[in-house]
Structure formats: structure tokens, C-alpha cells
Design a protein. Sequence first.
Length: 76
Amino acid sequence: MRQVQVTEAKAAFSGLLAAVEAGESVAITRRGRVIARLVPDAATSAAEAFRPFWDNLEEIDLVAPDAETPEPVAAL
């Protein structure tokens, strides 16, 4: 992982974004300490987004409620 100082990151931000877009990860440092990371975005499928819900099926109520008769609405 490439490391750059904040001042360098500010001056070369477009170039850093191009590197990240190409798959590289960049750590941004201040006084030798990492304060942020630029990492490529990973596409997430809907199945992956909802996987935590499906892993705990016993905790999810998947039963539809009984049909209820709608209440009458007052005429205007």
C-alpha cells in the first residue's frame, strides 16, 4: 500500500484517484500516522447486502400477518 503525506495528497489528488481506480490502495498520513485510506470501491450485489439477514432466519418473522378487515372511512 502506497503512503502519502496529507500535503502531497492535496497536491496530487486526481492522480491518487486514478491510482485507486486502477486498483491500488493509498494510505494518507499526517506526521507518520495513517489518518485515512483510499481504497477501490467493490461492487456489492443485493444478495451480499442482505446476507446478514438470511444468516439469522430464526430471528426474522417471515410469516405474513392475518388479513384484517379494513376500517370504514368517514365520507367527506
